[in-house]
Design a protein around this ligand. Structure first.
Ligand code: ARG
Length: 254
């Protein structure tokens, strides 16, 4: 009997310890307590996606998304500094889930398979197809028998896989490497319209008229960090109604 009681007591202690160790998320009373480090918001970002995010020649991250977060934090009721953590796109969801970063901001399309919280969308998008002007490909139909690329872990890659009759779908860890391969190792590349258009214009290439999907982009937050997600939603709402929102869309051609 004594042994059983001891066992029960130790089990109880173990459970309460597990309870204590559980997320600070559940104990937080204000959004800022759900940040890894108070006063700092660490952002997982994959800067291979201009005009949303890319690297300047001196290694700084620039684009619509970084400008968006700089605007959003102006609506917070506590000061935070921003720190970007460069992560391959396909690893950002895990980085958010494991708390390595506070949020993921990288043109994230809402996708229920990604087990995180999605904020309200801050911009609309859709999957588009990049080809060379002399490819002879003018429609989705004409991708039959062709090799199509997409970035690993993206909705663009999924959309490419869903095209009927392609010869092969190739995945690229870096979106820019995928773009650069169009016309050589692949016939077409699928990713978000704004990014495809930007690249096509700068490189004398072509975007097919038909889109493979319509989507919306959000910021991703770890499950349980609802206070942080709610706060970001409030900020997004105010930002979408601001003059700065339109200015940024014009600045980055989005
Ligand atoms: N919108 C697409 C998705 O969520 C692609 C985003 C890719 N972003 C990037 N920074 N490479 O899957």
């Amino acid at each position: 009997m004594k042994k059983i009681i001891i066992l029960l007591v130790s089990l109880l202690m173990l459970f309460s310890l597990v309870g204590c160790g559980s997320d600070k998320a559940s104990e937080a009373t204000v959004w800022s307590e759900q940040l890894k480090t108070k006063g700092k918001i660490v952002i997982g970002i994959s800067p291979d996606f201009p005009p949303f995010e890319s690297l300047t020649t001196d290694g700084k991250i620039e684009g619509f998304d970084p400008d968006v977060i700089n605007e959003l934090i102006k609506y917070l009721d506590e000061d935070v500094e921003i720190e970007f953590a460069q992560i391959e796109f396909d690893n950002i969801v895990t980085a958010v889930q494991t708390g390595q970063v506070d949020i993921g901001l990288s043109g994230f399309t809402y996708d229920p398979d990604r087990d995180v919280i999605f904020t309200k969308p801050y911009v609309e998008s859709g999957q588009a197809i990049l080809v060379t002007k002399d490819s002879g490909i003018n429609s989705i139909e004409e991708l039959k028998g062709k090799t199509v690329g997409g970035q690993t872990g993206t909705t663009g890659y999924e959309a490419a896989e869903a095209i009927e009759g392609t010869k092969e779908v190739v995945s690229f860890v870096d979106c820019m490497v995928g773009f650069a391969s169009v016309g050589s190792t692949i016939d077409a590349f699928v990713t978000d319209y704004g990014v495809v258009k930007n690249y096509a214009d700068a490189n004398g290439m072509m975007v097919l008229d038909e889109l493979l999907s319509t989507e919306e982009m959000s910021i991703i937050v770890k499950n349980g960090n609802n206070l942080l997600a709610d706060k970001l939603n409030e900020c997004i709402e105010q930002f979408l109604n601001s003059a700065e929102y339109e200015e940024l869309r014009i600045k980055w051609g989005i």
